[in-house]
Design a protein around this ligand. Structure first.
Ligand SMILES: NC(=O)c1ccc[n+]([C@@H]2O[C@H](COP(=O)([O-])OP(=O)(O)OC[C@H]3O[C@@H](n4cnc5c(N)ncnc54)[C@H](OP(=O)(O)O)[C@@H]3O)[C@@H](O)[C@H]2O)c1
Length: 156
């Protein structure tokens, strides 16, 4: 079971200059709750954007083509095929754009925080094709200066 988890804006923007687009009230604690105890897979650039290194209480896997890179507290792999999931648990792909692009076709589930606003972005989530069914949607209208939804898509 492979789940992509992402926050994106109305243009599918997810990042700018190596950082997230905006702070979404409540989204980070939710991300932590959902991913804690599981494996998280990320690209090297997303890893470098983390303020405190590997995410605690999760098995961290970082993708890079640099065979010499070692990261204490994380497993470093050099190809998508090396993502190991022996016991077929739910594993979470947590970004960024390059990694989402290369894994959306093998994903079973998408957890998309859909922000109802446009931001300036240089990194994007791929367009969803007809393979995805919106199975749950929870709109949040009472936090901050924009609304957003927690959307769950399942592969049809
Ligand atoms: N909104 C969200 O939910 C969210 C989530 C995560 C990240 N982001 C944002 O996304 C941006 C980063 O995304 P990005 O697309 O620039 O970078 P990224 O996907 O995080 O990382 C790209 C790097 O991953 C490695 N890589 C990519 N494909 C690979 C493959 N097939 N095999 C081995 N290694 C591979 C390469 O590392 P090397 O160069 O070391 O070889 C590449 O430079 C940031 O702005 C971040 O804040 C947003």
């Amino acid at each position: 079971m492979i789940t992509l988890i992402v926050a994106m804006d109305l243009n599918r923007g997810i990042g700018k200059s190596g950082n997230l687009l905006v702070h979404i009230p409540g989204d980070l604690p939710r991300f932590k709750k959902i991913t804690t105890g599981h494996t998280v897979v990320m690209g090297r650039k997303t890893y470098e954007s983390l303020p405190n290194g590997p995410l605690k209480k999760r098995k961290n896997i970082v993708l890079t083509r640099n065979k010499n890179l070692e990261i204490p507290g994380a497993k470093v792999i050099s190809s998508i095929d090396e993502i190991d999931n022996p016991s077929n648990e739910e594993i979470f792909i947590i970004g960024g754009g390059e990694i989402y692009n290369q894994t959306i076709n093998i994903a079973d589930k998408l957890l998309i925080t859909q922000i109802d606003k446009e931001f300036e972005a240089d990194t994007f989530f791929p367009q969803l094709n007809d393979n995805w069914l919106l199975s749950e949607s929870e709109k949040v209208t009472d936090k901050g200066d924009f609304t957003f939804s927690y959307n769950t898509y399942l592969r049809k």
